[in-house]
Design a protein around this ligand. Structure first.
Ligand SMILES: [Zn+2]
Length: 250
């Protein structure tokens, strides 16, 4: 956000403290995870969101019946740092520019990563406590490549612990991160499922090459609780696969 806009917004928020959530939640129309602005209504909240209800390649999915295939390996070269923001829907880290993901010969740049609780993707009906989404953009086509990683309770994870300690508590708050390395959130193996889908938040655009890591990453349950204290439910329910292929690298 430009500094000028930020100051304007601060002035607005001072005038209307109850508007905080709405102001930051929505660059467009207000949406949420429950009630009249919840997932089943996203498509009718605004014209831009129509894919949320009429799309046929929506995400997330319950991952079942994956087909083993010779899909390209992932090569990641992300950078440390960035800024961490509470945007009213989740905690999001705006990545330090220049971090890349290569899927075969397709290069993407890491734009941001953010968290969901519980997981948005399911595996054969099973939900996980959390899921992190690393959102990448293809420089030329504008297509997105999103890598999802499930987070499960277990050994403490240095990266997630550092982020949890820095979670901005109020919607709209943003702070700089120093030396936090997003690569610390990756499982040891980068085996993954792949399918074509959408953004899991409005406007639900069907422009995402999804990659979901098969192995989860362990994090301290106390750090999961730091997230769920802020966002206890920010997962869109799974959508119909509509005969899409889900490919598996192992
Ligand atoms: Zn997400």
């Amino acid at each position: 956000m430009e500094r000028r806009d930020f100051i304007k917004r601060l002035a607005f928020l001072a005038a209307c403290p109850l508007c905080v959530k709405t102001a930051y939640a929505a660059e467009g129309v207000h949406w949420s995870y429950e009630g009249e602005s919840g997932p089943e209504h996203w498509g009718s909240l605004s014209k831009e969101n129509s894919a949320c209800s009429s799309g046929s390649q929506q995400s997330p999915l319950d991952i079942r019946g994956a087909i083993k295939a010779d899909i390209p390996g992932l090569a990641l070269n992300w950078k440390s740092g960035g800024t961490i923001l509470n945007n009213g829907h989740t905690i999001q880290v705006k990545a330090t520019p220049g971090g890349t993901l290569r899927r075969g010969d397709k290069p993407y740049e890491l734009v941001q990563y953010h968290f969901h609780a519980p997981s948005e993707h399911l595996v054969e009906g099973k939900r996980f406590p959390m899921e992190v989404h690393f959102v990448h953009k293809h420089a030329e086509t504008g297509a997105l490549g999103v890598l999802g990683v499930f987070l499960v309770p277990g050994a403490a994870n240095t990266t997630f612990a550092s982020l949890a300690a820095a979670f901005p508590q109020k919607a709209g708050d943003e702070t700089a991160l120093h030396y936090v390395d997003p690569r610390g959130l990756l499982p040891t193996s980068l085996k993954y499922w792949a399918y074509e889908g959408s953004l899991t938040t409005p406007p639900c655009s069907e422009i995402v090459d999804w990659m979901v890591a098969i192995d989860p990453t362990e994090v301290d349950v106390a750090d999961i609780k730091r997230f769920t204290a802020l966002y206890s439910m920010n997962a869109r329910p799974a959508l119909a696969s509509n005969r899409r292929y889900i490919l598996s690298s192992s």
